[in-house]
Structures are given as C-alpha cells and as structure tokens.
Design a protein. Sequence first.
Length: 482
Amino acid sequence: MPLLGITASRIAELLASPSPGVPAYRWLAEGLQLLIADGRIPSGYALPSERRLTESLAVSRTTVTKAYSVLGEAGFLTARQGSGHLATLPAGSRHLGVGGALLPDGEVAEDFLDLTCAASRAPAGTAEAYAAAVAKLPRYLAGTGYATGGLPELRELIAARYAERGLPTTPDQIMVVSGALAGVSLAVRALTRPGQPVLVETPSYPNAIDAVRRSGARLIPLPVEPTGWDPELTTATIETTKPAAAVMILDFHNPTGSLMPDAQRASLATALRRAGTVAIIDETMLEVRLDDPPTPLPLAAYLSRCILVGSSSKSHWGGLRTGWLRVPRALLPRLLQARIADDLGAPFLEQLVLTEMLSHSAALHPERRDELRAARKVMTDRLPEAIPGASWVVPAGGLSLWVGLPAARASQLAIAAQKVGLLISPGPQFAATHGLERFIRLPYKDPAPAIVEAMSRLGRAWRSQQELPSSTRGQRPRSVVA
Ligand SMILES: Cc1ncc(COP(=O)(O)O)c(C=O)c1O
C-alpha cells in the first residue's frame, strides 16, 4: 500500500511563525508536535525528507535533523527503514475524536471545568414538558409512528414562527430532523454532488465543516473576522468559485458571535443568486439573544433557493435532539427523498415535548438569558487579568466569546489548560482548512462562580505555557461538540 504523507509545503503552511528568541529547531519540533497531537498530521503519515523540509522552510539541515530527533525522543516520530519518518502518537495517548463529549463520564476528572461545549443545561419546566408529552402520547399510538416530515402540530408552530419573523411559511415546508447538525448534513448531501465546491465559513462550527467534508465536497473557505464578514470578499469569493452550496451561520455565528445585518444579507443573496448557489443557513443560535440588536430578516426572505436550519438545542435543550429545515417548495422532493434514506423521521415523544415548549415560547427562557448575560460579564471582567492583551468583540447573542490571543499559541494553551483542570477549544478546531492559532473559544454557559474559577485556571495556563515548552506527550485538546 502506498504510504500516505504530508508534503513539506503543506507543513510550511500549517506551522505558526517562529517566535523571536526561540531556537529554530525548537520552534519546528514544537510546531510539528502540535500538528501531530492535534491530528492535523495524522498518526501513520510520512513526514517529508529532511532535505525537502529544509528547502521548504528555508532553514538549515541541522535544524530539521535536530527537530526530528527531539520529536523522536518525545514519541511523536518513528524512523522506518526505507520509508523515512512516520508521525506517531506516544504510547498511552487518548484519541478524543469528534464526539469526545460522548465518551463515558470517567474520561474527564470531576474537578475539570469543561469549556469545550457551548450548550446549556435544560431550562426550568423541561421535566414538566416531558410529562405533558407523555400524557398526550396515547392518542398517537394507534398510528404507525412514521411521519417523515414531522408531527403536523409541531410543523404548524414552527411555520408560524417564520411568519412572525417576516417570512410567510406553510407547515408542509417544514421538515423536522434530529437536530440542526443532522439537518445541515442532510441538506448538503441532498443538494450537492461529491467533488462540487461548497462554501463554508472559517472559523465555523466544526461538526458542520466535517459534515460538508464528509459529503465529498470541495471546501471553499470564507474567512469571518471577529467583527463579522467582509462583504467585498464574500461577493468576490462567491463570484469566483460559484459554489454549489454555501453553509453559513448568520445569526450569532459560532464561534465569533457575529450577526449579519440586513444590508449585507441582501448583497449576499444577490451574489448567491447570480452564482446559482443554494444557501444552507444554520440558525441554531438565533434565539440566544442576550442584548437587543436589530432583528434582521431570515436570508430566505431575500433568496428563494435558501434552506433555513433551526434547532431547539440552544433555545431549549440539546437533549431533545430536535431541529428542523425550512425548505423552498421547489427543493422539497429532493430533501424528502434524501431524508427517507437517512431515518424516516424524528421520534414522536421529543416532537411532542418541543410542541409543548414552543406553545409557551420560542424564545430563550428569561432566567437563562439573565444568567448568560451575567456569566458573559464575569468572563469579560476577568479575561484581561487571565490573558493580558487578549481581545474580543462582545457578542449580542450566542454562547461564547471568540478571544484573540496576543500570540499564536492556542493549541499550546489548550494543552497547558488541560494540565490545570480546564478544557478549552483552540482556534484551529474551528478552521475550515488550517490556521486560527491566534484564537480560542470560551463559552460563558456556566454559573458565574465556575467562570471565575475557569478564568483563574486560564490565567495559570497562559502563564505556564509562556514558560514552556513542556512536553505535550499524550495530550491533545478535547473535541468540540456544541
Ligand atoms: C452553529 C451550530 N449548528 C449546529 C449545532 C448543533 O445543533 P444540534 O444540537 O441541533 O444538532 C450547534 C451546536 O453547538 C451549533 O453551534
């Protein structure tokens, strides 16, 4: 079997710039170690020859030899007769792939603070909604239990919510699915063919990027800054690449928290229409409004070939595993056909629970909103002390801060944080292709005292990683789930 390998030029792209005062071999060894530990150079991949890497990085041969030797001693590289050097993980490493949060409880010590998941506990009234749903269940038991598009009463409530937002919608345009991620994945598979270009934001919600990648699409990354989208770049990217689909988060974008204003939505829609691109807009964070910014229209009000993806995971609870698609009528047959191959429909009980919840309110529970605002304030008050020089834009909604670091050391910081009992997500986990080592995402979904403790541990981790480099043997940042 031919050996899989990573090219020297790709390594040059992935490595962060050298830090002043750090010897070149150490910069290279640490950089490669992070890439291997982070899975961006997968274990078992061949590394380029010393000569190739020397040329590509414009460093001396001794630098590369020494870096490879340091990596070998740390267990991140093995020399193979005839096949050069292979990336490896030291014995005892844990593989926390996507879905790390689904690992058994014992995987993370109890006193760890986990800031890798931007999701909240269930709001007050959830158990009561389940009880009410169970009470209603008997009237459905005489049927087959298959309702591919979803329960009619739930679809009606969801359609009415779009009408309230200025987008007339009929219940037959709503398809209930098992969460927004399942919805994004279904839409991408139904509407694109492997090999076609699909635009994704970078940074973006990692599991959606992964879903697009797994569909076989060619990823077209569109940068999103902490301040939001650059309209000219957005239009130019769409015009040049003519993507088959564009998967975007316009409402409290995860992770930046940006909210795309109406004027930008109008010009985005124009560019997408001209390019013949179908938009798949993930509105998962829509109801997590913490301040009172203007409420832009849904993109589908500007663009007919637009699928809106909704979810109850952030407005209500992730455990419902219930989301939905709002589909333009012309695309419904393709979506339904693709969906049948998936799962034939969502579970009844959870749909009844959501019906119960939505009939009270589609919005975030007011108590939850207050808690999140308070937690966001505690976090922004403490961050300057934890990481002097850190920067951020306070989002008007969503569940996390996208924090700019004064140095490109996010993966290193995540590993150092793990050592002091704090799990955080480094920027590269949100990148469509590579980079973002200058950012971390910090969700403020925990009560204020936990955030105070988390910021204190973050400060310790930041200071310790500056004195580094200690060995990152056997450790890697935990995957993002929400
Ligand atoms: C933008 C975005 N899309 C989708 C999801 C997953 O949503 P669901 O739980 O409905 O599958 C998340 C979860 O954090 C998210 O932030």
